[in-house]
Design a protein around this ligand. Structure first.
Ligand code: PEP
Ligand code: MN
Length: 339
């Protein structure tokens, strides 16, 4: 249910309504709107009619049901897009597009630093790099784990770029959160509900990737798991879905961007690397993603793609990435965005 507060209702009134919501057995999530505050009362769907009684409280304007199954992620509760910081001074969801770039996995100090310096020079605002890698084969390189996190932190120290890195296992959430600015949930973990709940309880933003066979509704329900635990900073990432097509690694569902934009206030980014699987296809998909209305991109860049331990064929060289960023500025301007 959405509890719409009257215009000008103060902090005390808000606290009183929140208290009443809790007494009724629901969680209260306050969303500060431009003209008024609303409170999402979230919990067991079956007894929610009892919340209607809040309408008699003096500072409550209305109590309205949220029709979508995802509540806190929906535009019903928050009509305007969410804009928030992923790290101090680095925002997403506003006019400025945010590009996150770096290698698939952290392989060593010089590989990471060289790539980090290059993506920064080209205009990326966040460094990506996997320390824990979810690999299809148990015999493939699994990542440098904590050593990789340390190298990421060192690269942040040198370049000033905040870092996004994946957490694969619920038991590693605290460890990864100690190093990372943004915690990534990979496509394979999009429905790992215990992991999502834990991420909802910590205070770092989450980059949530769509699974390869996840519907948009399921994707938003996964975001809801994080939001419902109290973490409001969730970024959605479309990274390609599995279809019959084999010319690309996955099929980039670009229409997911306007669909998500209609249904949720959360920012949406596109990963052109895992969706295409080929470096030559990445630039076109970057430009198309901006035209489709995304808020940012997650791009794999490697200082020497031929020697990469992971995803070399889809990784851009620093030179190619720099050229893409140059051209992207013009596409951004055409889409009324900046970069
Ligand atoms: C990644 O971005 O490092 C990754 C493993 O991607 P995905 O989860 O989308 O396959
Ligand atoms: Mn990869």
């Amino acid at each position: 249910m959405i509890i719409v507060m009257k215009k000008g209702a103060g902090k005390e009134a808000l606290a009183e309504v929140k208290k009443r919501i809790r007494e009724l057995g629901y969680k209260a999530h306050v969303i500060h709107g431009e003209s008024r505050d609303v409170i999402g009362a979230i919990g067991d769907e079956r007894g929610k009619a009892i919340l209607q009684s809040l309408e008699s409280m003096p500072h409550v304007e209305a109590v309205v049901p949220i029709l979508r199954p995802y509540k806190l992620a929906s535009r019903e509760i928050k009509p305007e897009p969410s804009v928030f910081e992923l790290a101090p001074g680095v925002s997403i969801g506003g006019k400025e597009l945010l590009v996150m770039a770096g290698p698939c996995s952290v392989e060593g100090e010089s590989q990471l630093l060289e790539t980090a310096r290059a993506v920064k020079a080209a205009g990326a605002k966040i460094l990506r790099g996997g320390a824990f890698k979810p690999r299809t084969s148990p015999y493939a390189f699994q990542g440098l784990e904590e050593e990789g996190l340390k190298l990421l932190a060192a690269a942040r120290e040198v370049t000033g770029l905040p870092i996004v890195t994946e957490v694969v296992n619920p038991r590693d959430v605290d460890l990864v959160a100690r190093y990372a600015d943004v915690l990534q949930v990979g496509a394979r973990n999009v429905q790992n509900f215990p992991l999502l709940r834990l991420l909802g309880q910590q205070n770092k933003p989450v980059l949530l990737k769509r699974g390869m066979s996840t519907t948009i509704q399921e994707f938003l329900m996964s975001a809801e798991y994080i939001l419902s635990e109290g973490n409001q900073r969730v970024v959605l990432c479309e990274r390609g879905i599995r279809t019959f097509e084999t010319a690309t690694r996955n099929t980039l569902d670009l229409s997911a961007v306007p669909v998500l934009k209609e249904q949720t206030h959360l920012p949406v980014v596109i990963d052109p690397s895992h969706s295409t699987g080929h470096a030559s296809l990445v630039p076109a998909m970057c430009y198309a993603a901006v035209a489709a209305g995304c808020d940012g991109l997650l791009v794999e860049v490697h200082n020497d793609p031929e020697t990469a331990s992971c995803d070399g064929p889809q990784s851009l060289t620093p030179e190619d990435f720099s050229a893409v960023m140059e051209k992207l500025r013009r596409f951004a301007a055409a889409a009324d965005r900046s970069l």
